[in-house]
Design a binder for this molecule. Structure first.
Ligand code: FE2
Length: 221
């Protein structure tokens, strides 16, 4: 844990628990409306198998939170490192893994989530533990973004998230490009922020210049 020695922000356990549950619910909502055929996606450069993506989110909590905080703890799935570790399993190999089926994947996610919440009920995290919780939650949220663009890529409709309004315009890209004027913006982390990824650089001004982008239906919200 020396690597986390510079962490000083503590978040109340109850607040972290709400964030964990919110990220979990949102991750499930990313696939809830898809049938098994839609869940099986073709091999393509910017997508992952959807079951892999789900299991990978749970694995991240399992290995980089629960097992870091308690090294004596057994991983919550057998062979998880060879299934869901994105550093160990190359992208194209993710289509050829002996992964749990849909229900088995959801069960793994639920067991991991319950273990994380159980820990939060029994003790108040210190700053290092707070950082690990936030890291795992934000990691899940990033994969929700990935689900959203992967669904777009595959021509699926937008996922339906509780409390959000979709534009109801269906799936797929809109034709043509738009000119974006660009300009100066702050790229990188704010040193005063409660959380920043360790591989982020501190914020600095960047001029994006003008560029073109292809509008998507999800941009219309
Ligand atoms: Fe990831």
């Amino acid at each position: 844990m020396e690597i986390l020695a510079d962490k000083h922000f503590e978040m109340p356990a109850a607040q972290l628990a709400v964030m964990v549950e919110d990220a979990y619910d949102r991750t499930l909502a990313c696939v809830a409306d898809l049938d098994d055929e839609q869940l099986t996606v073709p091999l393509a450069e910017i997508v992952n198998p959807f079951r892999w993506e789900l299991g990978h989110c749970a694995f991240f909590y399992d290995i980089f939170l629960l097992r870091v905080l308690d090294a004596t703890r057994e991983p919550m799935i057998e062979n998880g490192d060879n299934l869901y570790n994105s550093f160990a399993v190359d992208h194209d190999d993710r289509w050829h893994l002996d992964m749990p089926d849909r229900q088995g994947t959801l069960d793994y996610m639920e067991r991991v989530k319950d273990a994380v919440l159980e820990r939060l009920v029994s003790s108040q995290p210190d700053a290092q533990e707070t950082y690990l919780h936030l890291l795992a939650v934000i990691h899940s949220d990033m994969h929700c973004e990935a689900f959203t663009y992967m669904r777009q890529t595959l021509g699926y409709a937008e996922p339906e998230f509780a409390g959000s309004v979709t534009n109801g315009n269906g799936a797929g890209p809109l034709p043509g490009d738009v000119d974006v004027p660009g300009g100066m913006f702050k790229l990188g982390a704010d040193p005063k922020a409660h959380f920043a990824f360790d591989n982020e650089k501190w914020g600095h001004d960047v001029d994006s210049g003008t560029f073109q982008d292809r509008p998507r239906r999800s941009d219309q919200r």
